[in-house]
Write a protein of this length. Sequence first.
Length: 343
Amino acid sequence: MRGTSRWWLVAAVLGVLVFAVFTAGTAWSLLYPRYVLEDGELAADFAVLAGSLSLAVFGVFRASRPDGRVSARADRRWLPPRGKHDGQAAIDLDAEIPRLRGTGVRAWGFAGCWFVVLVGCVVGMVRMEASAETLLATGARTAGEVLSVDDPVSGRGASSMRVRYAAGGTSWTAEIVRNSGRSYSPGESVTVVYDPADPEDVRTTEEQNDNQALVGLSVVPGILAVVCLPFALVAAVGWRRRHREVRRTGWRAAEVTVVPDPARRSRRGPVVLVRYRDGSGIRLRQAMSTHGCGLVREAPAWVGGTGRDMVVLFPHGRWRQRPNAMPAVAESERVRRWSDLLW
């Protein structure tokens, strides 16, 4: 992705993250019973939500626009002239271009799913916090005694303590998760807060006693969403650009050879050497995407697009006629002699 587009995509990702954070803050301010909204605060929150969402949408739109300066000379720089073999294939090459758009739509759907997961996790954590604060504000209080303290070895699991307390004339014992950082010892007195309608719903004045299963269901997917959402947005924008470029340039028949990376940069993947029918060639590398593609060691293929927005159609296999589209990034301009790409 080119420099200007990259910055617009960064702006879009920041817009999404700001939207998620302010969604959490607004939800917390509405759900927390003791929080009083000041005049104009809610309107300001919704203004930030609208602004961040607009920035995300506009940033994605601008990032997906092609670079006219490169496109004006793309055929001469990146692809050879059309030959008589380019349109003679066992597959319908014209039908493969709309399928690229479908791949992009699926990438947008993937990004949308992660966005929903992120917002859901944030709202879930906010509701959990509000529930603990509500119990602290409205629950019944009684004296409790620490029976035992559990500090997991090597940080595995949550620190907790067993507490005995009286509620409704009955003695109860509960496991309370410790998250305040305070240390306790057996026999120590604590103030227990419980729900009179459900004495097992309990906390202390200093420990929220969050449900660790719900915390795990909110925190772990939330972290994954923060990581995967920008990745999915990059992939979605990339497929939109590739669809535009291939629709403009069409396909060129070629022979493709996959070779190991001579610099042993394994995280960047293998190198794809493309040899066109006129003897020219180009060096590509598989681009980051939500759409995977198994690389064939050596096979006929079709190449379209320009620069960092290229696609290679690999044969999919013996039992499936439809080819597999590999998103590709050019690591060199097209050279006149394919042998110049060899090390």
